[in-house]
Design a protein around this ligand. Structure first.
Ligand code: ADP
Length: 403
């Protein structure tokens, strides 16, 4: 069955068409600047005459309906299409940011689920409304194709109360559902399972810590196959210092800045989300490759940003080793986790040698492969695994649609 995987943002849309039986990606790409001048679609077919090409079409996309229409046209295009007709799409899997407490696992989308996702818009105002647009547009264009929602929060619904409750008046939880939710669940679930598979150990037997380090970054403690704690919180701004997000800060800072900078709470919030983290610390750099280059050249700001980033990761992993009373496996994943070999080495050597962790330098230098980077006598196995949220969404979609 071919599953069309859709990840709809407010002005962008990432998509993949995956043969869910063979797990082969047939085509993938993204639409950028939807509703903004200069919109374009990037389309990469992986079979047919133009297999391996990167096709970029600049064309106005006033809204998401146009964008999805263009993607579908590409998929069936005579020259570079990968399927004969849209009938060959058996199901659609949607990435949805927030499922709240009610949507604790992937579900087939019906009217009631749509209502539940709508209710979660309040909790994820930047993401859920865009995800809903994607769902509605696909339903309009392909009304008979079953659709599944896969939630970023779902994997973390197994967290115990002690991990998800904040130290706030309890009624804020009962009245407003203020609690830690956590995000990147699809990635943490995929990567922790894959680690067990590679190590040939039962998933339920392991204590694993996954470090998902991309522009957005989070760490998750997975014990006996269940998420027991994670660093993002009520929203994805919490936890680690990230590309542009501040991570955990003292809440009193917001009030203080409102006064000092003569800004509104909303404006400060925007700064915490978009102008903080590595970007804020380095004075305007956000791409990890630029930070790494700066560090190699001895740039003070880059070294500072890198130090804070690594310290955040190292200490959070220490906390989660405590949360699980031990750790068997630590996995690095996502753009920075998969490519930052020097960073991985530095973290392991500077902060984790007390845990008996030893790194094999040669294996650590290998990029683009799922690999164990610790030595055989290391007390904890350290790995690098490429995340694949789209494949996970395709798997979940096929499983539910086949039921
Ligand atoms: P997100 O999905 O949150 O946007 P990604 O997982 O794509 O994030 O990661 C983006 C980050 O990964 C960027 O900071 C980028 O610099 C870094 N990255 C991607 N490829 C490489 C590479 N080859 N070497 C070093 N860093 C990389």
């Amino acid at each position: 069955m071919n599953v069309f995987v859709v990840n709809c943002g407010s002005s962008s849309l990432k998509y993949q068409l995956i043969d869910a039986q063979s797990e082969v990606v047939l085509a993938k790409g993204l639409c950028e600047r939807i509703g903004i001048e200069g919109s374009q679609i990037v389309y990469k077919p992986a079979r047919g005459k133009r297999s391996g090409d990167k096709i970029v079409i600049q064309s106005p996309m006033p809204d998401h309906t146009n964008a999805i229409r263009m993607v579908l046209e590409c998929l069936v295009n005579e020259d570079y299409g990968v399927i004969g007709s849209l009938e060959e799409i058996g199901a659609i899997g949607h990435r949805v940011a927030h499922g709240g407490e009610k949507l604790a696992s992937s579900v087939v989308i019906d009217d009631e689920v749509l209502k539940d996702i709508e209710e979660c818009c309040e909790l994820a105002p930047l993401h859920n409304p865009a995800n809903l647009i994607g769902i509605n547009v696909c339903h309009d264009l392909m009304p008979h194709v079953p659709m599944v929602a896969v939630f970023d929060t779902a994997f973390h619904q197994t967290m115990p109360e002690k991990a998800y409750l904040y130290g706030l008046p309890y009624r804020y939880y009962t009245d407003y559902k203020i609690r830690r939710y956590g995000f990147h669940g699809t990635s943490h679930s995929y990567v922790s399972k894959k680690a067990a598979q590679i190590l040939d150990k039962p998933y339920e037997s392991l204590k694993t810590i996954v470090c998902h380090l991309g522009n957005g970054a989070s760490i998750c403690a997975v014990k006996n196959g269940k998420s027991v704690d994670t660093s993002m919180g009520f929203t994805p701004v919490a936890g680690l210092v990230m590309g542009t997000r501040c991570g955990d800060i003292d809440p009193a800072i917001v009030d203080y800045l409102v006064e000092k900078e003569h800004k509104t709470v909303h404006e400060i919030n925007t700064i915490l989300n978009k102008e903080s983290g590595i970007y804020g610390l380095s004075g305007g750099l956000v791409d990890f490759r630029d930070i790494r280059k700066g560090c190699q050249e001895g740039d003070e700001k880059c070294l500072r940003a890198m130090d804070v980033f690594m310290y955040n990761i190292a200490t959070r992993v220490g906390a989660y080793a405590a949360a699980m009373n031990g750790v068997d496996v630590i996995v690095f994943t996502a753009g920075i986790g998969e490519n930052g070999d020097q960073m991985r080495k530095d973290i392991c050597e500077q902060y984790w040698s007390y845990m008996g962790i030893k790194i094999d330098d040669e294996k650590n230098r290998l990029s683009g492969e799922d690999v164990v980077i610790s030595t055989p006598d290391s007390k904890v196995t350290v790995m690098v695994i490429g995340t694949n949220e789209e494949l996970m969404i395709a798997r979940e979609t096929m499983a539910l649609v086949k039921e």
